[in-house]
Design a protein around this ligand. Structure first.
Ligand SMILES: C[S@@+](CC[C@H](N)C(=O)[O-])C[C@H]1O[C@@H](n2cnc3c(N)ncnc32)[C@H](O)[C@@H]1O
Length: 210
């Protein structure tokens, strides 16, 4: 269980994750690319400590909703505190394994929650079986729903010299730098858009599922 790595030291995750200097750029690019609309409901799959919440809340506005899903209760605790601290009443968190999640898990008092988009940042490469997770994610979406993936690969071109650093960052987080989970999406989606940051190390891809 990859998420079990995320049980300890979660209060230090934000400081140690290289967020400011490296990884926020991908988050920003991926969420921009998704083109979320005011009022949308978006699931943040493998939300961790909720580092994407601020950008997602800004994108869906006060009438939209953000549902952070993670298997680690300790990561979710930090995420929930973040939401309360910032007064984001339209954010809720849910402990669930993304490999088995279903629409029933997202329902409130038995009432289904229609999902406009599923977003995942730096989590699918940790999950091991990302195709199975993405197949499940599509069952949560409304027809024509959007998927956005931000994840990592080896840097390319002039940035290749940073490969050892990129590998180290991935190894520390339990991510497989060769997983390339966005390729699942590019093979299945329409209106695919892709951009990269940090010498190609970060790939952001979005598309609408057929
Ligand atoms: C590297 S962190 C990324 C967190 C966050 N998305 C971010 O951008 O900082 C990976 C997260 O995926 C979660 N995770 C790993 N396997 C999972 C699974 N099967 N189901 C749900 N969450 C999982 C971990 O608990 C962890 O919080």
């Amino acid at each position: 269980m990859a998420w079990k790595k995320y049980r300890f030291g979660t209060q230090f995750y934000d400081a140690l994750s290289g967020e400011c200097i490296v990884y926020r750029a991908g988050r920003v690019a991926g969420i921009e690319l998704m083109g979320l609309q005011a009022g949308d409901t978006v699931v943040d799959l493998g939300c961790g400590t909720g580092l994407s919440f601020e950008l997602l809340v800004a994108a869906v506005g006060p009438t939209g909703q953000v549902i952070g899903v993670d298997a680690s209760p300790q990561m979710l605790q930090v995420a929930a505190k973040r939401a309360v601290r910032n007064g984001w009443s339209n954010v809720r968190v849910l402990q669930a394994d993304a490999t088995h999640i279903s629409a029933a898990d997202l329902a409130v008092d038995g009432i289904p929650t229609p999902i406009d988009a599923v977003f995942s940042a730096y989590a699918l490469s940790v999950m091991g079986s990302h195709p199975a997770v993405l197949e499940r994610a599509t069952t949560l979406l409304k027809p024509g729903g959007r998927v956005g993936i931000v994840d990592m690969q080896r840097p390319v071109g002039a940035a290749k010299s940073f490969t050892p650093l990129a590998r180290l960052a991935c190894r520390m987080g339990g991510a497989d730098i060769e997983a390339h989970p966005w390729k699942w999406l590019t093979a299945r989606a329409e209106n695919v858009m892709q951009t990269s940051r940090r010498g190609g190390h970060i790939q952001a891809v979005t598309g609408i599922l057929k």
